[in-house]
Design a protein around this ligand. Structure first.
Ligand code: ADE
Length: 232
């Protein structure tokens, strides 16, 4: 049966979806509150994971084990890594990787977790194409890009840090959870996609822009998730 796990790191990334859900039961696990019910007519579990890669991975594993979700969607905000991707635009993951993993000393490429046999975790093609096409249909004013999302336990707000992440990984945007959700979904053979709306440019302007634009960006991403659910 189709049951969609929806993860947002922060309250404002999931509050609108929670408000629209018809909740059947609530369960608390690992200090996270999981809401199970229907959203836009679709079986779903919505949860706020908390910020960063460990919280997100723990959360994704609980969605797989306890709720046996069939798909995972991560919704939220991110910093842009491309000049043409502006605040308010949406990035849908083609794949995701950890930009803060470095085991080059033992011959692994920068970003690759040893013994995983891969650098990046590929998103489900159907989910990614659906997210992009639903976005173009319901939000024609918002530009949507499909590309690599890179994650690390770090808020990127420095031009030099941004430039080295771009040079090393060719990401479209940077955030703090997607790759670990992708990683956990990959280990559990659960299809996933990450949907992120841009809140800042991940450079020296990020500190100012992020608080200004995070709410509107989070709402864009959540609205897209809501609309795509019945078509999964
Ligand atoms: N989430 C939103 N903006 C971000 C940034 N600049 N770095 C990391 N995570 C983010």
């Amino acid at each position: 049966m189709k049951k969609i796990g929806i993860i947002g790191a922060m309250e404002l990334e999931v509050e609108a979806l929670k408000g629209k859900m018809s909740v059947r039961r609530t369960e608390e696990k690992a200090s996270m509150k999981f809401l199970e019910g229907t959203l836009n007519g679709t079986e779903a579990v919505i949860v706020q994971s908390g910020i960063g890669k460990v919280n997100a991975a723990v959360c994704a594993q609980i969605l797989c084990d306890t709720f046996q979700v069939s798909h995972i969607i991560n919704t939220g905000v991110a910093g842009s890594l491309k000049n043409e991707i502006n605040i308010g635009d949406i990035v849908v993951s083609s794949d995701a990787l950890h930009h803060d993993v470095d085991v080059r000393v033992f011959g692994y490429p920068l970003g690759e977790v040893p013994q995983m046999g891969r650098l990046a975790f590929p998103a489900d093609k159907h989910l990614a194409e659906l997210a992009a096409s639903v976005c173009r249909r319901v939000n024609p004013d918002i530009k949507v890009y499909e590309g690599r999302i890179v994650s690390g336990d770090q808020f990127v707000s420095d031009r030099q840090v941004k430039d080295s992440i771009i040079k090393n990984f060719q990401g479209f945007c940077v955030e703090m959870e997607g790759a670990s959700i992708a990683h956990a979904a990959y280990l559990n053979h659960v299809p996933f996609v990450i949907i992120r709306a841009i809140s800042d440019k991940a450079d020296d302007s990020a500190e100012m822009d992020y608080p200004t634009f995070e709410r509107a960006a989070a709402a864009h991403s959540a609205a897209l998730v809501e609309h795509m659910l019945p078509e999964i």
